[in-house]
Design a protein. Structure first.
Length: 254
């Protein structure tokens, strides 16, 4: 069920667009021919550097994944969007035995998982009306491999990966391409917070990978060196299980 998608000439929306991977995605999309990018950020002023660089090719819109009403309002305002990149996330790590484990997990689920579901619900009709388009979800290698040091974060990313698999099927029915992105070590503030920035690669490898993966119609993207190593090991399972139809799962119920 491959759906190739070229972002050239398209209008995109990128959440968390003011820094890190989000900023790199804005740069890559405009470099590869996107006509406009909505930069979805909590603080509109944080998008000023993008506007200074790209002018009216970038339009800031307010988004706070902790406030569902901002997602609904954003979908109304950006009803011409053809590509949605759900990049924004929170990182608050704890081990299952830490005293704040439940609090950390609740926050991660609220922002990362509930935020994804609400973004999909709000933008599925928009993408359908605009010809199908594409929905890109930033997951992580952490969705496949858990470390005890950031187990709560991994759990939330495993959940977003599961939701992304469902979106591949559901959005595919309306002609929307879905891409699940699994970066490893990328030089971002989140990586620094996790203490993993030492061998990290630049965010541009993720952004350029997204453009190429959409054009190829892939469902998974493992963009950097570490991620590619995991991706090679995961490929057989992915093709035979994740991306395959399992007879016992088939049902007429919707």
């Amino acid at each position: 069920m491959k759906m190739a998608y070229d972002i050239n000439g398209k209008i995109a929306l990128v959440t968390g667009a003011n820094r890190g991977i989000g900023r790199a995605i804005v740069d890559a999309f405009l470099h590869h021919g996107a006509t406009k990018v909505y930069a979805a950020v909590r603080n509109l002023d944080s998008a000023d550097p993008l506007i200074e660089h790209y002018g009216d090719m970038v339009e800031p819109v307010q988004l706070d994944l902790a406030k569902p009403e901002t997602i609904v309002a954003m979908a109304v305002r950006t009803d011409d969007a053809q590509v949605i990149v759900n990049n924004a996330a929170v990182y608050k790590a704890a081990t299952p035995l830490d005293s704040d484990a439940i609090d950390a997990l609740e926050l991660a689920m609220k922002i990362n998982v509930f935020g994804l579901v609400r973004m999909a619900q709000a933008f599925a009709p928009v993408l359908r009306e605009n010809g199908g388009g594409a929905f890109v979800q930033l997951n992580s290698i952490a969705s496949l491999k858990c470390s005890s040091n950031f187990a709560t974060h991994s759990a939330s990313k495993a959940a977003t990966y599961s939701i992304t698999q469902a979106l591949r099927e559901l959005l595919g029915q309306q002609g929307t391409a879905v891409l699940s992105v699994h970066p490893g070590l990328i030089a971002t503030d989140m990586a620094s917070t996790a203490g993993l920035a030492g061998t990290a690669e630049p965010p541009s490898v993720v952004a350029e990978g997204i453009v190429a993966a959409l054009k190829s119609g892939d469902f998974h993207l493992f963009p950097d060196t570490m991620a590619q190593r995991v991706g090679r090991a995961y490929e057989s399972f992915s093709k035979s299980v994740i991306e395959a139809d399992i007879e016992e799962y088939k049902t007429d119920k919707r």
